[in-house]
Write a protein of this length. Sequence first.
Length: 335
Amino acid sequence: MRTALCDKLGIETPIIQAPMGGAVGPRLAAAVSNAGGLGTLPLWAASVDIETLRSQVREIKSLTSKPFAVNLNLEFPQEERLEACLQERVPVISFFWRDPSSLVPRAKAGGAIVMHTVGSAKEAQAAVRCGVDVVVAQGWEAGGHVRGTVATMPLLPAVVDAVAPVPVVAAGGIADGRGLAAALALGASGVWIGTRFLASTEVAIHPHYRGRLLEASEDDTVYLENLFDIGWPNAPHRVLRNKTVAEWEAAGRPETGKRPGEGDVVATSKSRGPIVRYRSYTPAADAEGDIDALPLWAGQSVALVKRLQPAADIVHEIRAEASAILKRLGAMSGN
């Protein structure tokens, strides 16, 4: 199953692990890369200083000789982090949010392949004009922070048509081989998967969070304009419904500053300290307290996530299932 994305990135399987902040570390990203996909480290947050970034990049390099990516969120200044990534010879840089044009030339001059996540065909065209090598089309179904408002199925072919022959990756609502096969049929060169990898053995999330993911159905998530604060305005996101969402909705969905329980400490973490209600925090294994009050990031594909598996098994299973589907459809077309 070799596509233009595989050729561009030097990978064997057209699967990219999404950069889920607070959940992904070098162990998971390396496991995905070693399995033939592309692992991605989310190293953009203010809590990630330059030395931490360098340390994580060096750690993943000690775990894999395969390509990997570092994700940088452009809502925040990323010039120093990008420079550190290039100095550490990160092979792929993934940009998210806002216009990447000021950093793409530097990334490419430093030898990196550049990806950028978009929510519309217009954004995709702008990204390609400034030199982006791979476009990630993120549909509304995606978990975590969501760039656009269009579902993956109508968005993907629109983006493919807008930027061909640039490789396009489908993101949002994809968790198995059926999703990969469908994305390829719509013109994508690969898929971007997050929620499924939250059920990998390499992810150190809280057991309550993992349990909620494994028990969830397709209608258990909610798209929110700006409930869980992450430090930038207008940052829509998708999470599992929980008690914080329910209490906020019962109060009439009040704006920031008037939300029920705002400022209350609902949990603590040995690594991150007190966690207040509405803080954008991924429940880690070391968290204690009211875990269900914290943001439980998940996409609408969560209904397809039913068991804990090593990341390599997830990659291999998705590839095998997609290959079988495409082979079957090929045989049908020949009849």
